[in-house]
Design a protein around this ligand. Structure first.
Ligand code: ATP
Ligand code: LTN
Length: 340
């Protein structure tokens, strides 16, 4: 029997941080043996924010290398760049015609990102979730493991798929989101009311996977706490709760065990210990990343192979969609556009 399909992706908008790891990539690796998986670097999505070309190209490659370093074996999973498979942009155009201005305007990410960059509220930012829907639907995805901030985009993907299927029959698989019970929303260290984010202007908010050990400890030491000196997980203690969540994710200790581990500690000691636990968990992944990023030939091979495999899967869905909506049928080299 064919395994069900997992699809997920990350933007190449900067260096990966522990939120990307604990909320997303860690679960990809855990789930991957029971699924056929595609993990994409969504470089087209990254263009919705102005990027330096050289930096973007390197960031995209870094993200792919991190995928491998964090445990996603390219021999078992398809790892690739979104821009290498033209079907994403083509399907996105078609789905744009089945998505409503009203629903796109309600997306929290659009509202937040347009408030943040008033000088560049481009159309790509608005139709961002349609391209995301195209990514997912092209591969007949069953499950999409993501962090909590992507919940709304997944709902929209489901709505668009169902709307399309109602008109044209069973073309798309309607995917489910997988949002982990712990770690789905790692908060900014200096402002635990908002999520940790790659593109945050304040670097102290964010623990990047490639931060130097001393920097990691320093950022944890400076993390915002509160004034009552009690280490517990509670809604009125967002800073402490965030640190406990991070500790629980990287050590595998439950929240209660984590609280117990620090029953004799003050905040200063607690914050350093959380930082040390993160560092320890990251050591093998960081070493693997350092090795991979210098192995140009190997990475180039993974990238080319991933593009070929993804392309083959995407093309067959795109053909079905084009046929369904009534675009003219074409016979090209080796590709029959005839109805099967
Ligand atoms: P940007 O700041 O450019 O929007 P980002 O840091 O939000 O980037 P994405 O590339 O948008 O990162 O997200 C990649 C994956 O990581 C998604 O599944 C997303 O839900 C998850 N993720 C992002 N931030 C967090 C976080 N703070 N906690 C948990 N998961 C997160
Ligand atoms: N919008 C997502 C990135 C993304 C994605 C996807 C995630 C683009 N396409 C498809 C899962 C499946 C984000 O994390 N900001």
């Amino acid at each position: 029997m064919q395994k069900p399909i997992i699809y997920s992706g990350m933007q190449a908008t900067g260096n990966l941080h522990i939120g990307n790891w604990l909320g997303a990539a860690r679960n990809w690796a855990k789930l991957s043996s029971d699924y056929n998986c595609l993990f994409c670097v969504v470089d087209l999505h990254s263009l919705t924010v102005r990027q330096d070309p050289k930096v973007l190209r390197q960031s995209a490659r870094n993200v792919l290398a991190w995928y491998i370093a964090l445990g996603l074996d390219p021999a078992k999973n398809i790892l690739y760049f979104q821009s290498h498979v033209a079907a994403h942009a083509e399907l996105a155009w078609i789905l744009n015609c089945y998505s409503y201005m009203g629903e796109l305007g309600r997306m929290t990410q659009f509202k937040e990102k347009s408030a943040k960059s008033e000088e560049n509220i481009n159309a790509g930012l608005f139709t961002y979730p349609v391209l995301q829907a195209a990514d997912i639907l092209l591969y007949r995805t069953n499950l999409v493991p993501v962090g909590d901030d992507q919940r709304q985009h997944l709902e929209l993907t489901r709505d668009v798929a169902q709307r399309f299927n109602q008109v044209y029959g069973d073309i798309f698989t309607v995917p489910e989101a997988y949002i982990p019970p712990v770690g789905a929303r790692i908060m900014a260290l200096q402002n635990p009311e908002k999520k940790m984010s790659k593109s945050d202007d304040n670097q102290a908010n964010c623990i990047f996977l490639s931060d130097e050990p001393g920097v990691i400890i320093k950022k944890f030491k400076r993390a915002v706490t509160d004034s009552d000196n009690q280490i517990r997980h509670a809604p009125d203690k967002p800073g402490i709760s965030n640190l406990l969540t991070i500790y629980s994710c990287v050590t595998g200790r439950t929240m209660d065990e984590g609280v117990g581990d620090f029953s004799q500690s003050g905040y200063g000691d607690f914050k350093v210990k959380v930082g040390e636990a993160v560092l320890e968990a990251l050591i093998p992944y960081r070493a693997e990343f350092e090795r991979l990023i210098t192995d140009t030939a190997y990475l180039d091979g993974v990238i080319a192979d991933g593009a070929d495999k993804a392309q083959a899967m995407a093309t067959s869905t795109l053909i079905k969609v084009k046929e369904a909506v009534g675009l003219p049928i074409c016979i090209k080299e080796g590709v029959s556009y005839e109805r099967s």
